[in-house]
Design a protein around this ligand. Structure first.
Ligand code: ATP
Length: 173
């Protein structure tokens, strides 16, 4: 893995059945054996990773995220976020989730965090670990606690943290 602080991966999802039925065409493809994508026939873009429509959830996780989980347990901070227009595959890549889909990044991170913590605590006497997780949705101006989906009306507010403008914190999570 490169030493860059910020790395960008692009994932091209397959056409959906409804898109195939409507004869939509694929307009972007990965240049084989590179991290480049070609838009149309002559516009080339470079990324740190490029995944085509046949890439598995495993491949995306192993190349882009797993190394971050390992460094997390060495004390580093890590952020992974998905960006893209509606329907481009952010939820699928992060969550997967439908019964017939493979699990996404969140499932795999959770599994690996506990697996690696298990190994660490086994190998080092007296080491204890606490894992805290929050899962929220910010849609327009509304925040939802996705670990308590029934509390739609729960009063959640974004505030500056005690250090001022450098971070944000959500009250009442
Ligand atoms: N790599 C993939 N392989 C197979 N199906 C995919 C893939 N990525 C996305 N899809 C499918 O494409 C559809 C749209 O994906 P998804 O809901 O993840 O988009 P999104 O970016 O989260 O959209 P929105 O911003 O509207 O929430 C879903 O039916 C999803 O199952």
């Amino acid at each position: 893995m490169s030493e860059e602080c910020v790395r960008v991966a692009v994932r091209i999802r397959p056409l959906l059945p409804k898109e195939v039925l409507r004869h939509h065409q694929v307009c972007v493809r990965v240049v084989p054996s590179t991290a480049q994508v070609m838009l149309g026939s002559d516009r080339l873009f470079c990324f740190d990773h490029a995944f085509g429509p046949t890439a598995s959830q495993d491949q995306v996780y192993e190349s882009c995220v797993q190394p971050l989980v390992e460094s997390l347990l060495d004390g580093y901070n890590a952020t992974v976020f998905c960006y893209g227009q509606t329907g481009s595959g952010k939820t699928y890549t992060l969550g997967g989730g439908n019964q017939d889909e493979e699990g996404g990044i969140i499932d795999r991170v959770a599994q690996d965090v506990f697996l690696l913590l298990g190994k660490k605590t086994l190998n080092s006497d007296g080491v204890e670990a606490t894992v805290r997780a929050s899962y929220m949705e910010l849609y327009k101006e509304d925040l939802r606690d996705l670990l308590e989906p029934h509390t739609i009306h729960k009063e959640l507010h974004i505030r500056d943290d005690e250090r001022g403008n450098t971070g944000k914190t959500v009250m009442h999570m």
